[in-house]
Design a protein around this ligand. Structure first.
Ligand code: PMP
Length: 372
């Protein structure tokens, strides 16, 4: 498959070679354990600190703290579980469109989770959210940007509503970091989670940026990350993530409008699909299309045979015949939501590859409709 036919960047973006080069440099040059008191260890420790500070500065929150973890799944679990376990009577307000790594809480804490619906445009209404906060709510968990539809939530207003009720906000920023211009200081969150492979960094690197809260630990042991997350720190991973963040933010001014134009081109070229995304206001280059009465996974399989990588909703949810939860939450029917395909573009996407994708997708949908 050609890189320009890879339309699943929201599942995993192609890494920046510069980020992987940094990974190699730090791995080879600073292999000491950051907990060791000798010079080799302390040099690795300094790199961990410097990369963390660089990361926070790039995201506009120099006085926050960064808990390094294995990705957003772990970070989301860490934030939610520590808030809920510290307050056995406490309740969680959980948005209907969150990723499975936050959605787990609904079953994990039976009877303690309130669900927050999204509107037909996929967005959370901050006033409605505020009305749902009770005296028992200890945490509200939302996405900054939805991984299936690209909808961007008004996290400033959401955070302000939570602050008025003294409720901590967890914001899953996985699809926002590196994709949107971010000034985290303006978002009143307690914890903001990210994952490096979504913006051209390595896999297995992510974490929670926190202010005024000290979540953890899920993992106990050596007490790394100020006790929040034991385990030898992935210093090279964080250094590489910082390079990827810098590279994606540097490209953003040119890349975001380019991807938005390509998203618009795709939508206009596949007129018989229902569109669950807003190419101008959503995450650049992320388009969710529903083909009623078809099955997303079947479309993905045939597109794959034709050399295109797309996904049927979130990659982690792929492989099972469940309709897309965020698309259902927008008020689509089950038949519509089942036929959802997510197309997510990146720096190797071109106008030609979008045209080729659109032509093939239309053919594949027509063929499957004829068989249905
Ligand atoms: N949150 C969102 C919004 C995501 O898209 C993903 C990845 N699909 C995650 C969390 C989990 O990230 P990771 O798989 O890197 O742990």
């Amino acid at each position: 498959m050609n890189d320009d036919r890879y339309f699943d960047c929201a599942a995993s973006a192609p890494p920046f070679p510069e980020a992987l080069k940094r990974f190699e440099e730090v791995s080879l040059g600073l292999y000491g354990n950051p907990s060791s008191t000798h010079e080799a260890g302390q040099r690795a420790h300094k790199e961990r600190e410097a990369a963390g500070e660089g990361f926070l500065a790039r995201l506009g929150l120099p006085d926050g703290s960064l808990i390094l973890a294995s990705g957003a799944t772990e970070a989301n679990n860490l934030v939610i579980r520590s808030a809920m376990d510290a307050n056995p009577e406490g309740r969680l307000l959980l948005a209907a469109d969150v990723h499975d790594s936050a959605w787990f809480a609904k079953e994990f804490y039976p009877g303690r989770v309130d669900l927050l619906e999204t509107g037909p445009d996929g967005r959370i209404n901050p006033d409605r959210l505020e009305a749902r906060l009770t005296k028992k709510t200890v945490l509200c968990s939302v996405l900054h940007a939805n991984n299936e539809t690209g909808v961007i939530h008004d996290v400033r207003s959401i955070g302000a509503a939570c602050a008025r009720r003294s409720v901590a906000l967890h914001c899953d920023g996985v699809q926002a970091v590196g994709h949107l211009p971010l000034a985290l200081s303006g978002i009143p969150f307690a914890a903001y989670t990210f994952s490096a492979h979504k913006f051209g960094g390595p896999r297995g690197v992510g974490g929670a940026i926190v202010r005024d809260v000290h979540p953890g630990p899920l993992l106990r042991g050596g007490g790394q990350e100020d006790g929040a997350r034991s385990g030898t720190e992935n210093v090279a991973g964080l250094s590489a993530a910082l390079v990827a963040l810098e590279m994606s933010l540097r490209a953003l001014d040119a890349e975001a409008p380019r991807l938005r134009r390509l998203a618009r081109l795709l939508m206009d070229s596949v007129p018989d699909a229902l569109v669950n995304s807003d190419p101008e206001k959503g995450v650049p280059g992320l388009v969710s299309l529903s083909f009623p009465n078809l099955v997303g996974e079947n479309l993905v399989a045939e597109m794959n045979l034709r050399g295109f990588a797309v996904s049927a909703g979130s990659a982690c949810g792929s492989g099972r015949m469940e309709p897309s939860r965020p698309v259902l939450a927008m008020g689509r029917t089950r038949e519509q939501a089942l036929g959802t395909v997510r197309i997510s573009m990146g720096r190797s996407t071109t106008e030609d590859s979008v045209r080729a994708l659109a032509t093939t997708l239309k053919e594949v949908a027509e063929r499957q409709r004829a068989l249905a």
